[in-house]
Design a protein around this ligand. Structure first.
Ligand code: FAD
Ligand code: NAI
Length: 475
């Protein structure tokens, strides 16, 4: 007889592993199946995020930022360095050990919460009265069954037609995190989140980086005042960003890649690079899940079709994270995973997409929550805007990092905060205050009246709130 579980989670990324932990906390006998393995073939739960996404990219961003500071800004602090060098192998080794710590952390959390872990691929076999039978194939080969199934099978990088990833010269996010030596010339197709983060890493380490973007607007989803400021900063750092291009052909040579494209003026142009990162978005992943066996419905994008509560077309089958609609973000996946576990337990949680923060971990960092000015204009909503530059913030000056600003948008009549947009130091941390404020439906005045520690970067958020009412104190 197959092992029976109340809840079986397929996929151990941030959506899946967190859903499994929450289900177990709620008293369900829970299993989580994940197939990711490390170079030694060992289980490596944590999904894209832990293995080839959020965590390793932030490790490399940190290392490369240290290198950039050592080379460019330490001297301002009176710190002299001779013979600065980068040991790429060691940097990658450190990144790998950070990843491993996270893999092991998840296995520990499974044990602690009594989640049964299966290392292998989970595929639907059939549905029956007792729920769904799932074939596990991998380190363990067996059939298990679950009354409730949570699908969290994530996403894969989208390849450019005619330029398959070889992870040697044409790189997805995976290869981009493993380049063994700083390439002289690095091309990036797509100036989205991955392109900017990975482009920044290798530029800081000395690569000549050119980013080719199809759209005519830089970071179109970002508040355009913030995007323009970021564009200026990245260009000043030496990142070459070409907008409005049309990629015609990518040809891989022995040790180089040639990209033929039409530039924004329509002129035929060629770019030759040593490595090319293709970061043009990701596609939902249902490979090997065998959805046909049970009649699971996918949408036209290949995502698992779900309603606003993450219910699929099948009873007791739920789906969360990158494999469903909505932003492809680890924290969105986690929120959905927790909410589904709680719904299975009969609770009524709510995931508010309007307060899901976004962060791009470049330098300066870009972070935002809520609506952009261009969205409010398009809606015809009356709003007030307040901005405060880090140039006028004492902590930013002391840190020597004064680029960027905090921008707050509030309803013209009620003063409710509608969006907060930050470009500048530690924007990733500063945005949390804005998320809390918006979750609690705070007004700009609420933030303006709250005492913020001095000197701190967060005073800029208070000042932006004061600016909404045209009464900044320090600018
Ligand atoms: P995934 O993390 O993709 O996990 C899915 C898991 O399911 C994988 O382990 C996979 O092997 C497993 N799986 C799939 N099918 C099966 C099956 N049939 N049986 C068993 N196992 C299966 N987001 C952020 O919020 N912040 C960031 O800083 C950030 N940085 C990123 C950087 C990069 C380079 C990339 C590529 C992504 C980044 N993301 C970031 C996005 C983030 O990684 C994803 O949104 C997140 O991982 C989605 O979580 P998930 O659980 O839905 O899927
Ligand atoms: P993206 O959607 O962020 O950016 C893709 C870019 O490629 C867009 O600007 C798009 O216009 C452009 N593009 C698409 N097709 C093109 C073509 N043929 N030629 C030229 N340009 C083209 O996707 P990306 O960077 O691949 O990242 C995928 C997702 O992973 C992100 O959307 C995000 O959800 C997640 N992620 C999140 C991070 C974070 O939260 N810090 C970091 C990295 C990834």
């Amino acid at each position: 007889m197959s092992k029976q579980f109340d809840v079986v989670v397929i996929g151990g990324g941030p959506g899946g592993y967190v859903a499994a932990i929450r289900a177990a906390q709620l008293g369900f006998n829970t299993a989580c199946i994940d197939e990711w393995k490390n170079d030694k073939g060992e289980p490596a739960p944590g999904g894209t995020c832990t293995n080839v996404g959020c965590i390793p990219s932030k490790a490399l961003l940190q290392s490369s930022e240290h290198f950039e500071h050592a080379g460019h800004s330490f001297a301002d602090h009176g710190i002299g360095l001779k013979d600065l060098s980068i040991d790429v192998a060691r940097m990658l080794g450190r990144k790998d050990s950070v990843v491993k710590q996270n893999n092991e952390g998840i296995l520990y959390l499974f044990k602690k919460n009594k989640v049964t872990f299966f290392h292998g691929r989970g595929a639907f076999l059939k549905s029956g009265d007792a729920g769904y039978e799932i074939q596990v194939t991998g380190s363990t080969e067996e059939v298990i069954s679950g009354r409730h199934i949570i699908l969290a099978t994530g996403s894969n990088p989208r390849a450019l037609a005619g330029a398959a990833f070889d992870e040697d010269k044409i790189l997805s996010n995976d290869g981009a995190l493993r380049i063994g030596a700083v390439p002289k010339r690095l091309g990036v197709i797509g100036s989205g989140v991955i392109g900017l983060e990975m482009g920044s890493v290798w530029r800081r380490l000395g690569a000549d980086v050119t980013v080719l973007e199809g759209l005519p607007t830089f970071l179109g989803a970002v508040d355009q005042q913030i995007a323009k400021e970021a564009h200026r900063a990245f260009t000043k750092q030496g990142l070459k960003i070409e907008l409005g291009v049309k990629i015609e052909k990518v040809a891989s040579g022995k040790s180089n890649v040639t990209i033929s494209y039409a530039n924004a003026k329509g002129e035929a142009t060629k770019l030759e690079v040593d490595k090319l990162i293709v970061s043009i978005g990701r596609v939902p992943n249902t490979i090997g899940l065998n959805p046909e066996a049970v009649g699971l419905m996918l949408d036209e994008r290949g995502a698992i079709a779900v309603d606003e509560l993450c219910r699929t077309n099948l009873p007791h089958v739920w789906a969360v994270g990158d494999v469903v609609r909505g932003p492809m973000l680890a924290h969105k996946a986690e929120e959905e995973g927790v909410a589904v576990a709680e719904r299975i337990a009969g609770q009524h949680p709510h995931v508010n997409f309007n307060t899901v923060p976004w962060v791009i971990y470049t330098s300066p960092e870009i972070a935002w929550v809520g609506q952009t000015e261009q969205q409010l204009k398009a809606e015809g909503r009356e709003y007030k805007a307040g901005t405060f530059p880090f140039l006028a913030n004492g902590r930013a000056r002391a840190m020597g990092d004064t680029s960027g600003m905090v921008k707050m948008l509030a309803d013209a009549k009620t003063d409710e905060i509608l969006g907060v947009h930050i470009v500048g130091p530690l924007a990733s941390e500063l945005i949390a205050e804005a998320v809390v404020a918006m979750e609690f439906k705070a007004s700009a005045e609420d933030i303006a009246r709250i005492c913020h520690a001095h000197p701190s970067l967060s005073e800029s958020t208070k000042e932006a709130a004061l600016a909404v009412d045209k009464r900044t104190l320090n600018f």
